[in-house]
Design a protein around this ligand. Structure first.
Ligand code: PLP
Length: 431
């Protein structure tokens, strides 16, 4: 296209929602990193919440079943809520693994977790409604924007491992229509404690008593537990319905294959919750056509019914992820103990390590002062050759000193070099 045509197109009016939609901050950052890699620099790219499939392949049996499903011509439309066989396997796994009772007709399959989150918002909130969520958190701002809702973002604290508390949410509970929570949390890799989550459930239940008495729409909870199988050491996963069974009528769970099985490109996710909501979400996604591909659904059902295979895969992947997280954590703490102004939260779950870099105000070798988290991020990328994501990209305030490190693309062997690069970059700063 010539420049005049490009300029003309830029003037075209589109919807206000589309015009003001912002892209993923992390993908933007990854673009800059890829540019450096293309220019021949060796960069440790720890920005993306994804896996390198060469280091983290999907389960061999799942791969075999996907190929078999195509060979067997499982290539027509799947049912709108997903194939029954998969929903039945998931129903029985929910019972076995989480002691949750959800029949197949309260489970909805889609092309990964994202369409299900979109459908949850669409089924619950009207334009102008309010969505309450903690920050840092993943993409709640974008899903709120897509549904033209108002965002009530509550900044959480490092001393609570960045998990929201009932006290922090209480001031907004009365005006919110949807509360979006996630545990284990992206970006922090931390989880709710049982007591912490219970207090939040009690807050929702007491709010809903008032709303039901008035006949108004209840406050729903979207509980994204897509990382729940990836907990390490003594860390346990808690969910609202096991803790407070009355929460069942207000809770939509989000889950999927993507993270547990390193299958981000396979695109199979599921939601489960109250039948009425699940049916509405099914109707919404039916029009969008956001089904998981049928061969992948057939393969997932055939794979997941082998509980022993699933268990041994989970043990393996958890070992691989936690050894990487532990190694980086230990490296950061070593540097902290040497006096550098950095810190980290011990890894609990997911693919992520939460690291603090208290570097704003530091002077670089060429006399520049690092004045915000973006500049710190750039300094670490340029000097240490490490790409990480500032919590400000997850909605935290721009002066947040915390960053996400994701380990799905790094090898254990390269971690000592990575830590040594970080040390060299820190050594060059004047505090
Ligand atoms: C908390 C959380 N939920 C959902 C997703 C999206 O999952 P999917 O790839 O299955 O759409 C992500 C992806 O990064 C995530 O971090």
């Amino acid at each position: 296209m010539n420049t005049a045509a490009i300029a003309l197109e830029a003037e075209l009016k589109v919807s206000i929602m589309a015009e003001s939609l912002i892209g993923s901050e992390i993908i933007k950052l990854a673009g800059e990193i890829n540019e450096k890699i293309r220019n021949g620099e060796k960069i440790y790219n720890l920005t993306i919440g994804d896996f390198n499939p060469k280091l983290f392949p999907i389960p061999a049996l799942l791969k075999k079943e996907i190929i078999a499903a195509y060979t067997n011509d499982e290539t027509n439309y799947p049912p709108a809520d997903g194939i029954l066989q998969l929903r039945q396997v998931l129903s029985s796994q929910l019972k076995n693994r989480m002691k949750l009772d959800y029949p197949a007709d309260q489970i909805l399959i889609a092309g990964g977790a994202r369409p299900l989150i979109y459908a949850t918002f669409q089924a619950i909130v009207d334009s102008g409604d309010k969505v309450l969520f903690p920050v840092p958190s993943w993409n709640n701002n974008h899903y709120s924007h897509l549904s033209s809702t108002q965002q009530l973002a509550v900044e959480t604290k490092p001393e609570n491992n960045f998990m929201p508390t009932a006290d922090e949410l209480r001031p907004y509970i009365g005006e919110a229509n949807l509360l979006a929570l996630c545990s284990p949390l992206n970006p922090t890799g931390t989880v709710f404690t049982e007591a912490g989550l219970k207090e939040i459930c009690e807050l929702i239940l007491s709010e809903n008593k008032k709303r039901v008495a008035k006949g108004s729409k209840p406050l729903y909870l979207m509980y994204d537990q897509i990382y729940w199988t990836l907990t390490f050491g003594n860390t346990l996963h808690f969910d609202p319905v096991s803790i407070c069974p009355e929460m069942k009528q207000y809770t939509v769970f989000i889950d999927g294959l993507s993270k547990s099985f390193a299958a981000t490109g396979v695109r199979v996710g599921w939601a489960f919750g109250p039948k009425k909501l699940i049916d509405k979400m099914k109707a919404i996604l039916g029009h969008v056509g956001a089904w998981a591909p049928k061969p992948e659904q057939v393969a997932s059902a055939n794979y997941m019914k082998h509980e022993n295979e699933v268990d041994s895969f989970l043990v393996e992947i958890k070992g691989k992820i936690s050894s990487r997280l532990d190694a980086i954590y230990k490296g950061v703490i070593l540097l902290k103990n040497e006096g550098y102004p950095i810190n980290a939260i011990p890894p609990q779950a997911a693919l992520y390590l939460t690291v603090q870099l208290n570097l704003v105000g530091a002077k670089t070798m060429d006399g520049n002062i690092l004045s915000n988290s973006k500049e710190v991020n750039k300094y670490i990328l340029d000097e240490a050759k490490i790409g990480i994501v500032p919590f400000s990209a997850f909605g935290s305030s721009s002066d947040s000193t915390w960053y996400r490190i994701s380990v799905g693309t790094c090898t254990l062997e390269e971690i000592p070099q990575l830590v040594s690069n970080l040390k060299n970059a820190l050594r060059k700063l004047q505090f």
